[in-house]
Design a binder for this molecule. Sequence first.
Ligand code: ADP
Ligand code: MG
Length: 683
Amino acid sequence: MDSPITSIKGIGEKTAALFHRVGVDTVGELLSYYPRNYDIYEEPVTFANLKKEQIQAVTGFVRKVPAVSKTRRYAVTTVVLEEFGEYLHLTWFNMPFLKNIISPGSTYIFRGRVQKKKGRLVMEQPEYFTPEAYREKLDTMQPIYGLTAGLSNKTVSKAVRQALDERDLNPEYLPEEIRMDQELAEYNFALRTIHFPVKWEDLLLARRRLVFDEFFLFILSLRQMKEAAEVQKNECPMTTVRETEALLKSLPYELTGAQKKVWEELKADLAGERAMSRLIQGDVGSGKTVVALLALVCAVGNGYQGALMAPTEVLARQHGQSIQEMLEAAGLPIHTVVLTGSMSAKEKRLAYEQIESGQAGIAVGTHALIQSQVHFKRLGLVVTDEQHRFGVRQRETLAAKGGVPHVLVMSATPIPRTLAIILYGDLDISVLDELPGGRLPIKNCVVDESCRATAYRFMEKEIAAGRQVYVICAMVEDNPELELENVVDYTEKLKGAMDASIAIEYLHGKMKASEKNSIMERFAAGEIQVLVSTTVVEVGVNVPNATVMMVENAERFGLAQLHQLRGRVGRGKHQSYCIFVSGNDNPDTKKRLEILNKSNDGFYIASEDLKLRGPGDLFGIRQSGLLEFKIGDVFTDAGILKAASEEAAKLMKQDPVLSKEEHKELQKKLAAYRMAGSGNMSL
Ligand code: ADP
Ligand code: MG
């Protein structure tokens, strides 16, 4: 399982590099690169029965040689089919060779997503089969994998099949008793079936087993950590210091009741018998940062150092800057350093030195903070923001950097309390359940593309009043197969559509870190008025002067993600607005977006989202984007999660360190799981 995927027949360095981009380097990782969905090849339908937005097959008699026309960017190959007076247009991009393959006078089965464009029924990039070839595929389930440019579904599926065929079977590591009690399928069967199911029932069995495993291993490693945490004495006791009072006095607002309560809890933890291990849950905009800063300042006032980790460079920089400003405003001479991956070697070296010498009281950064070159003089507190983006191991590594620091985790992930107790088993939980006062609730609307012009006029008005605007697009660059708005072209279009005096710039994840930082800084400083961006601004970014969030192709995003995006506005005293532009008029999309339209409450949204999708919708789930399990979903698989939690508790009582002979395989599996930094989520 640990061998590189190049050990699989037919995978060379080039393909391996593509796999690397989707996080697959070893055979084991390939086998747990589960399909995102399955394609079922169904009977062809008549044109009259074609449904929009669905993948369907039709039987078509081709009369003429496919026509090839060239646009500026692509060659478009077209075939027009006719059936009882109904027409279906088939189009392919950059596949001109098809005109030599699809021969007139023959019948084919074409299969693809059907859309209506300019009044025509269109199928783009359809697959094509001879009727005989299609009959063989009929009713089979084909895995659909997450892909990246250059990596085709066929390549992945072939590699997985090869790997399954070549490898030795894995030993069963779940204790017999648990497998029997929970009626779980055998591991090797589950692994093969999840990739290549033959029957729907088998697929459900396979999935159940793998979901159980995922939760079970996660909870076991958590419990073992808790075990370790419980003996951890408070080695960095802290008392009340005047620095935090100075900070509180200098704030331009008063803490909310919830913030005060949580701050009291933190103080009690820091002064207590045991090292702090606390999670602060609070919806976007509830003011988590200032509470974290109070704790960091308390650490410094007590002679320790504090570290704040953020999941993205943009967020880390922003935290660094706003912390510096707040400290200055409070007249506190606490030196703050920022450490991120994109800094030059020289800058990094300087930061390392200041951290090591203790000159830096607070260190803010990305995972660069946990690299081996970083040595703290006296680390007393580690805060991680939006922690569900970090892996278990990263937290351990950071915590290991200086004795036993206190650990504070902040998350806006709206999970119900019962689940939180299972998932964050080793953490105490504080809730910020109150938004700062004086905020006007965000006004929402869901519109279609025809309302763009109106939206732009509205944005211009807001900009004229001194405000700023975000526009979110689904993609970075143009992709002919998907009609999604992309930031680069969109920015050009927008510059044409809006007043020329307005500064419009784009931001996306593929830009160099230094470019991203400079764009973000200019936006924060008000030099850029419209920021066209991918979801890189999703997490934590705070520019209170921004009042409009417009999301293009809102149907492409999960509700939780949209809620996070919306959280970028409504952070100051001005009325804010969120415009969701839906790229299709699918009724399900409408219903989902309606939930956001009606509510600004993250917990409510998550639960409604769940209800709407229903527990039957097993495979659409990963888009919920809440917690990053590979296959399990804490909402819809809540039953399995509970079972896994109970079995883990039972096992830990029987054999806490898994030393018994019958637990040897499990012990090994768990070690491998933790090595891989799995449980790449929560805590
Ligand atoms: P989040 O919980 O999403 O991380 P932030 O900590 O970024 O939220 O806070 C959002 C905004 O609210 C910031 O501009 C911050 O200055 C402001 N803020 C925080 N607490 C209060 C408060 N008690 N009253 C008014 N504004 C506040
Ligand atoms: Mg935040």
